[in-house]
Design a binder for this molecule. Structure first.
Ligand code: NAD
Length: 501
């Protein structure tokens, strides 16, 4: 255990002082490769104080100054895609091509932030009354915090900080303690791009660090992405402390397959969306709802494809799916499959016995194979919980209406998809389904950077979705300025106690 990941405060590495560290594991080998410093409340205070100082000048900086730095950062990020993807694979386990995709989707938000001057143009109404103009402007909040999950250690922080700093705020990031290195490399690149010290800070840690951010009087807003129970806690606690909060939670994403769908395309999409990144995506498809008589044929097509997935270490170009994040998570995922038959599911594929036999160095990795459960009742735990692993549930519905009712009964409402050739049914689905992001023949409908990302129900707490226009709104507050410049030739107005008519 040689590497130590430390905090990044005021434009430089700051050694952890709390004496508490967490282990960072290579999921492919099970080996602890790094330890990450856990911040105490006092260390969080130091980061927030640094960010608050930096806001005094950054909050006054010109749009040109901010976008010049963001364009330089974009170029650096582009040049270091491979390196950041390798860091992600080493600590998260996802395959390199998938990690590269994550960096690309984060870069989209940097692109958006580079054009912040257009988004912050404001509004002006002239001559709303005699000699009176009204301007609506948006201003930064001050110090804002981001708390992020393990499954996208580069992309999810980039859903937040590029827009936050482009709007003139300063930022304190608390990344996942399971894969902390990518965020630190990003911090170095921001400094290399010319970002003034203290505008972007990283404190590592656990609940101690998070709780301090939630209660700190100088933190104005909190962006959170993670599991539903923690998202709910973050929203409740931070709003009680007077902060603006967007807290994105977990998911159970359904794909409704109508009888007229192209079943090969639907099976390709289901397999890619269910097992990509070993199912550790908040937009993974984890439940397919087959409508009418297509169920058996669809399950067979999914099975054929799923069986061929190559599982192996993320840094091997031949691998299509890597290991899970921790041993404990691997065992939890396996427990859902183990209990499935007793709950009434038909176990078509059971990946729980999977081992990497031909590579002894990976014997202790967090491996699990592909599982496919059919005829899953909605009462099964495998259906009710977000498993966050390579387990796909197939449910059966007689009609479109029954399928939609089933999906709408889920407490989650992140993403959902319909597969059909019927435009009218697809249109109806868009309007009737209770989820924040909908795909029509698109299994993972993650909005592009200039639209906003967010779910409904237990998948998001707060009023703002993340990035896009909602992102700019979240990281700024509005001000309306009413101005009267009398013409020198005007007669004196005189006193009038009445309300303007
Ligand atoms: P998590 O909720 O365990 O952790 C997220 C963050 O919260 C981490 O930084 C962690 O250190 C912190 N945290 C954990 N427990 C805490 C506690 N008790 N008090 C305060 N802070 C705490 O989530 P995870 O396991 O890292 O990520 C996976 C989850 O994130 C899944 O549920 C997934 O669906 C969700 N997710 C959602 C989205 C979305 O956009 N809706 C995107 C990515 C991931």
């Amino acid at each position: 255990m040689t590497n130590i990941v430390n905090h990044w405060i005021g434009g430089k590495t700051v050694e952890g002082a709390s004496g508490t560290y967490g282990p960072v594991t290579d999921p492919a080998t099970g080996e602890v490769t790094t330890k990450v410093a856990f911040a105490s409340a006092a260390e969080v205070d130091a980061a927030v104080a640094t960010a608050k100082d930096a806001f005094l000048t950054w909050g006054q900086s010109s749009l040109a100054q901010r976008t010049t730095i963001l364009f330089r950062f974009r170029a650096l990020l582009d040049a270091h895609r491979d390196e950041i993807a390798a860091l992600i694979t080493a600590e998260h386990g996802k395959v390199h091509s998938d990690a590269l995709g994550e960096v690309a989707r984060g870069l989209e938000i940097v692109d958006l932030a580079c054009g912040i001057n257009v988004q912050l143009k404001g509004e002006l109404s002239t001559q709303v009354a005699s000699r009176v103009d009204v301007a609506a402007i948006r201003q930064p909040l001050g110090v804002v915090a981001g708390i992020t999950p393990f499954n996208f250690p580069a992309m999810v922080p980039m859903w937040m900080f590029p827009l936050a700093i482009a709007c003139g705020n300063t930022f304190v990031l608390k990344p996942s303690e399971k894969d902390p290195s990518a965020s630190l490399r990003i911090a170095e690149l921001l400094t290399e791009a010319g970002l003034p010290d203290g505008v972007f800070n990283v404190v590592h840690g656990d609940k101690v660090a998070v709780d301090r951010l939630l209660e700190h009087p100088d933190v104005q807003a909190v962006s959170f992405v993670g599991s539903t129970p923690i998202a709910r806690y973050i929203h409740t606690t931070a709003t009680a402390n007077g902060k603006r909060v967007q807290a994105l939670g977990g998911a159970k994403n359904h794909m409704l397959v109508l009888p007229d769908a192209d079943l090969d395309a639907a099976a390709d999409a289901a397999v890619s969306a269910a097992y990509g990144s070993a199912g550790e995506r908040c937009m993974a498809i984890s439940a397919v709802v087959a409508v009418g008589a297509v169920g058996d044929e669809l399950v067979e097509k999914i099975r054929e494809r799923a069986e061929k997935i190559k599982i192996g270490p993320g840094n091997d170009p031949a691998s299509e799916m890597g290991p899970l994040i921790t041993k404990a998570h691997r065992d939890k995922v396996a427990s859902y499959v183990a209990g499935a038959a007793a709950e009434g599911c038909e176990v078509v594929l059971d990946g729980t016995g999977y081992t990497v036999d031909d590579h002894p160095e990976y014997a202790d990795g967090h491996w699990i194979g592909i599982s496919l459960l059919d005829k899953v009742p909605t009462s099964a735990k495998a259906y009710q919980d977000e498993i966050f692993g390579p387990v796909l549930c197939v449910l059966r519905a007689e009609t479109y209406e029954e399928g939609v009712a089933l999906i709408n009964a889920s407490p989650f409402g992140n993403g959902t998809a319909i597969f059909t050739r019927d435009g009218g049914a697809a249109r109806r689905f868009q309007l009737e389904i209770e989820a924040g992001m909908v795909g029509v023949n698109v299994p993972i409908p993650v909005p592009v950077g200039y639209h906003s990302f967010g779910g409904w129900k237990d998948s998001l707490f707060g009023d703002h979705h993340i990035y896009g226009n909602d992102g700019t709104h979240f990281y700024t507050r509005g001000k309306v300025v009413t101005t009267r410049w009398p013409d020198p030739a005007d007669a004196p107005t005189g006193v009038d106690l009445g309300f303007p008519r």
